[in-house]
Design a protein around this ligand. Structure first.
Ligand code: TRP
Length: 342
């Protein structure tokens, strides 16, 4: 009996001690786990400010790409990166207040998506002390953002989305061999568009076509302008213009009514009712922009000496449904390197 009592007591002690030891070990584990998490949060944290001009499908894809590009260079949201994102909804006064906000938020690098957003950021970084990365600005030099595309010279560099406009005009002429007049549809306020339209016009004239310029002052004029163009020209060319991109559904609707072929400069606008384009992937533009921003914020690149990045080759994209509706013959030559979109 006595012995049994002793045994029980010993057993209890062993269990209690064992339990305690286990508990200690547990705590220790917990502690070491804590230390590792605190080292992760001691990692350098980055703050990136992004100002997007407005929402249209192409700019939205660029922003998606930017997040991917930052991540590829090791800057990940929820780990070591805070992105302050602002969308100006195409409103100049919003672009200015949002730029000021992003500067106040202590952004270490600012990204401007589209020309007017980049210009607003530039105007609000007064001392040129925060680097700015251009996300898809067609003509950085012409927009007064850099000294030159090869040697930007100050706090700004980035990615140009310049599409191969001459090739697009040549493609349109191949699809519509009898075309004699081409209409240029763009917004008078967009510096990026004037640059592209000038190049497209030159090519059109070289191919023996006459050019009709139709700049619009705002989205409100788009429907009527397309109707006017339908009576005057054989097809319409649209550069990478934000105002028109934002009104592409209206353009497509009016053009369809009038059987007017439309050749935009980006895949998203072909999907929305254009006939064809030779375009650059908007997502890729974004990825490149994100990578550049990350390299700059990590101190691996200097804006002043980093040339503007341009893509050299576009992809031919055809909207088969539109081509068929307009009775455009798609020869093997036209389709051999092309991708079809819905
Ligand atoms: N290039 C335009 C700018 O400089 C922005 C842009 C990028 C865009 N992709 C586009 C505009 C597609 C219209 C459609 O502002």
């Amino acid at each position: 009996m006595k012995n049994k009592g002793l045994l029980t007591a010993v057993a209890v002690i062993v269990i209690v001690l064992g339990g305690f030891a286990l508990f200690q070990g547990f705590q220790k584990d917990n502690k070491s786990a804590k230390t590792t998490t605190s080292t992760t949060s001691n990692q350098k944290q980055y703050t990136v400010g992004v100002l997007q001009l407005m929402s249209h499908p192409a700019l939205d894809q660029i922003y998606e790409g930017i997040k991917e590009g930052l991540a590829e260079e090791g800057l990940k949201e929820g780990e070591n990166l805070t992105i302050n994102f602002q969308n100006g909804q195409g409103d100049q006064s919003k672009l200015n207040t949002m730029s000021q906000q992003l500067v106040q938020d202590k952004s270490e690098v600012l990204i401007g998506i589209a020309t007017p957003a980049a210009q607003a950021l530039d105007n609000n970084v007064k001392k040129k002390d925060i680097p700015i990365v251009l996300g898809a600005v067609t003509d950085p030099e012409g927009a007064g953002l850099v000294a030159s595309n090869d040697a930007p010279g100050a706090n700004i560099t980035g990615v140009s989305d310049q599409p191969p406009v001459e090739e697009i005009i040549a493609l349109a002429k191949k699809m519509l061999p009898n075309a004699k007049k081409v209409g240029m549809l763009y917004a008078s306020s967009e510096a990026n568009s004037k640059f592209q339209v000038a190049k497209a016009s030159e090519k059109a004239k070289e191919l023996g076509m006459e050019v009709v310029n139709k700049p619009v002052a705002s989205t409100n004029e788009v429907a009527q302008t397309v109707q006017i163009l339908a009576n005057e020209v054989d097809f319409v060319f649209i550069p990478l213009d934000n105002t028109i991109a934002n009104a592409m559904e209206t353009v497509a609707q009016e053009a369809e009514k009038q059987k007017l072929p439309v050749f935009p400069s980006v895949e998203t606008m072909v999907q929305q009712g254009g006939v064809a384009t030779i375009g650059i992937s908007q997502k890729e533009l974004g990825v490149q922009t994100g990578k550049m921003a990350a390299q700059i914020v990590k101190g691996e690149a200097e804006p002043a000496t980093t040339p503007i990045f341009t893509f050299s080759k576009g992809e031919t994209i055809i909207n088969q449904k539109q081509a068929e509706a307009l009775e455009i013959h798609l020869s093997d030559e036209l389709t051999k390197d092309a991708r079809f979109t819905e």
